[in-house]
Every structure is written in structure tokens, then in C-alpha cells.
Ligand binder design. Structure first.
Ligand code: 13P
Length: 397
């Protein structure tokens, strides 16, 4: 089948595949549909008509001193957050909290993109403005979580796989219409449970299919194979697994003709397992993580936006800062949920009179991480709350 396709491509009177790929690399605008049909059986190859826009969006998000606010908790996860401050998980409470986040004054100075859950993409603020419009006014690019969550992976060692490919292209097209310009798909890899070759392959293939589909709808895909913090393993084991995972992810991204200039990555930092007795310093985390990135990530990728994964707010900022002490081939930044929101959520506590203080808490974290992106964070004056770890064993996002 593959060689038959190659023959068809070769004999195409219109354009051959290598010219098409070359055109895509050069970011030429929109070869939309290429038909190769020396016989009546047509083979159609589609290149993203959004190539230029994808590159631009990715660069905007990966701009100096800025990173991503992940506020895409599913309704179930958002419920856990609200429960921790004694609030009921109602649409009105979720709307109140998310209004507080998106309308924090001046947030766009430090935040270039915000990942939303589907409900928020279509939701208005408590004052009746579209959440998406508030973000755009703040110079923040709206994004959307498109995966449908994790389920057990049959045939594996109690590992999971990520659902959501069925019907994805209709959803991504609708999300683009609604104002989203980037997407997120989070799958996980567990070190204590393996990872099995099957789980790694499934994670990588799913990410690559999702990335190709998102680009086809004009959304920059955030590629997120989270290597969970769970486990007693040391940092070398995390490094070994991360190398394997990223090798496989890039193999399948390339196989799916994903435009590397139009993606963003969301890796876990390379750290010891949460239950490992030996802790790592920010310098060690930075050394291991940068070594991994240099070995596995092509410089064509514009941005590496780390997840926080249960680290404390301060730890996540210190580690990011350590990675930005000398220039990197990519923009090395953050896409934190817990490490940006924790103090903010607690400060708010569901009380209208605390909204301003909670927004200030969010801005404090956003600014600290902005400084860390520039390698200029000192760690001075941080609250005790911000130093508390947030690791939860077996955490489900
Ligand atoms: P945390 O920063 O809380 O790990 O969340 C990451 C994430 O995937 C949300 O998009």
C-alpha cells in the first residue's frame, strides 16, 4: 500500500510529495488539496491551509517573558478545586472563578495563552462578556483542551490511554470558529507501572494524530505526554523514560506530517519520583531537563511550556528559572495550572470581597514565572503557602 502510494506520488503530473513537504517546511501558504490521479483512483494529500497562521500563533504564545495559564480543569476536577474551598460545583461557581482569572488586570503582560475547558470557551463572564473576548482584550490567546480524558489501557500493566480522536476534526473546526487558536491533549505515562512499550506507543501515536488534526483546523497543538511524578525512582530513571517517550513522540509526529514550527510542547520536568528519598536541586532538575531537550527536541519547535505536575508554586518557578540561565534554542516557559492557581484559589475562598486579593495572588505567580522565563527570578518574599507541595498520589486531572 505504501509503495503503491509512493508510485502514484512519483508519477503525479501535478506535484510530488517531496516538493509538497519542502513547500510546507518553507511555510509557503496553503497548498490545500493536491490530487494525484494518473488512474481514476484519486489519492488526495492535504497540507494545512493554516501553516503560516500556525507558525505565527505558536510564536505569539512563545513570546519573551510570557507563558500559559492552564485553566482547563474538567468539570469534575474543577469540582475538587471548589470543594477544597468549601464551594459547591455549580456552573455559577465555576463561572465566578474563571471570571476572576481571565479578568485579572494586566494579566496579558505575563500570560500569552490560556487553556480553557469547553464550558468556558462558550461561557460569558459574570458581567456578560464572552470569556474569549476578555482574553483577547488582554492580549491572551484562547486555547482549548480537546482530549476526552484517560481510561484504562487493556493489555497493559494498569496503565491508561487518552480518548478523544473520534469526531475530533469537527470539534476542532467548531472551536476555531469560537475563537480558540491552540489546543491541548494531555496523556500520561506512569513509571511505577512500567511504562510498557504498548503504553508509550499508544501515547505517542494519539498525540501525533491529535496534532495533525488540530493543525488541519488552524489550532496549534500542545503536545503533552505527562510523565507522572508518582514513584520512588531516582532522577536517572525519569531521564531514561523521558528519552524513550520523546523519541517515540517525535517519530510519530514526523510520520503524521506535523509542522514542527506550528506546535508547542508541554513536558514534565525531569525530577526524581515524588516518593524518592533523594531530592533534586533546581540546578539538577535544569541540567537533566535541558539535556533531555537537547537530545530529543528539534530547534524548529518554538516553545517548551512545562507543566507543574504537583510541584509547589515556588519549586516550579525556581526550576524554570534555573533552565533559563543561558540561552536555549527554544522558548523555555510555563503552562502551569496548580502552580499558578493554588494561592489564588485559597485567597479567593469563594468570597466576592476577596476577588481583588485573589487576582493579585495570581498576578504575583504569573510575574514570578515571567521573571523565571527570563532567568531573573530571585525567589525572595514568597509566602509559605506558595512553598507547599501539591503532589497527590495517583492524581487524575
Ligand atoms: P499542572 O500544572 O497542575 O500539572 O497542570 C498541567 C496541565 O496539564 C493542565 O493543562
Amino acid at each position: 500500500m505504501a509503495s503503491a502510494s509512493a508510485t502514484l506520488l512519483k508519477s503525479s503530473p501535478i506535484i510530488n510529495k517531496s516538493e509538497w513537504i519542502k513547500g510546507q517546511n518553507l511555510r509557503q501558504p496553503s497548498v490545500c488539496v493536491i490530487r494525484c490521479h494518473p488512474t481514476s483512483a484519486a489519492l488526495t494529500i492535504r497540507a494545512s491551509s493554516y501553516a503560516d497562521e500556525l507558525v505565527k500563533t505558536a510564536k505569539t504564545i512563545a513570546s519573551p517573558g510570557r507563558g500559559i495559564l492552564a485553566m482547563d480543569e474538567s468539570n469534575a476536577t474543577c469540582g475538587k478545586r471548589l470543594d477544597s474551598i468549601g464551594l459547591e460545583n455549580t456552573e455559577a461557581n465555576r463561572q465566578a472563578y474563571r471570571t476572576l482569572l481571565v479578568s485579572a488586570p494586566g494579566l496579558g503582560e505575563y500570560i500569552s495563552g490560556a487553556i480553557l475547558f469547553e464550558e468556558t470557551l462558550y461561557q460569558s463572564t459574570v458581567d456578560g462578556k464572552k470569556m474569549v473576548d476578555v482574553l483577547v482584550e488582554q492580549n491572551i490567546v484562547p486555547g482549548i483542551k480537546v482530549d476526552k480524558g484517560l481510561v484504562p489501557l487493556p493489555g497493559s500493566n494498569n496503565e491508561s490511554w487518552c480518548q478523544g480522536l473520534d469526531g475530533l476534526s469537527s470539534r476542532t473546526a467548531a472551536y476555531y470558529q469560537q475563537g480558540a487558536r491552540f489546543a491541548k491533549w494531555r496523556t500520561v505515562v506512569s513509571i511505577p507501572n512500567g511504562p510498557s512499550a504498548l503504553a508509550v506507543k499508544e501515547a505517542a501515536w494519539g498525540l501525533a494524530r491529535y496534532a495533525a488534526i488540530s493543525q488541519d483546523s488552524g489550532l496549534v497543538p500542545i503536545v503533552e505526554p505527562e510523565i507522572l511524578l508518582d514513584g520512588e525512582h531516582g532522577i536517572d530513571r525519569t531521564f531514561e523514560v523521558a528519552q524513550k517517550v520523546w523519541a517515540e513522540v517525535f517519530f510519530y509526529l514526523a510520520e503524521n506530517n506535523v509542522l514542527f514550527e506550528g506546535i508547542l510542547l508541554k513536558p514534565s520536568m525531569v525530577t526524581p519520583g515524588a516518593e524518592c528519598k533523594e531530592k533534586a536541586t533546581p540546578q539538577q532538575v535544569a541540567d537533566y531537563t535541558l539535556k533531555l531537550l537537547h537530545r530529543r527536541i528539534p530547534p524548529a519547535v518554538p516553545g517548551i511550556m512545562f507543566l507543574s505536575g504537583g510541584q509547589s508554586e515556588v519549586e516550579a518557578t525556581l526550576n524554570l528559572n534555573a533552565m533559563n540561565q543561558s540561552p536555549n534554542p527554544w522558548h523555555v516557559s510555563f503552562s502551569y495550572a496548580r502552580a499558578l492557581q493554588n494561592t489564588c484559589l485559597k485567597t479567593w475562598g469563594g468570597r466576592p470581597e476577596n476577588v481583588k486579593a485573589a487576582q493579585d495572588a495570581l498576578l504575583t505567580r504569573a510575574k514570578a514565572n515571567s521573571l523565571a522565563q527570563l532567568g531573573k527570578y530571585t525567589g525572595e518574599g514568597e509566602s509559605e503557602e506558595a512553598k507547599k507541595g501539591m503532589f497527590v498520589k495517583g492524581y487524575v486531572y
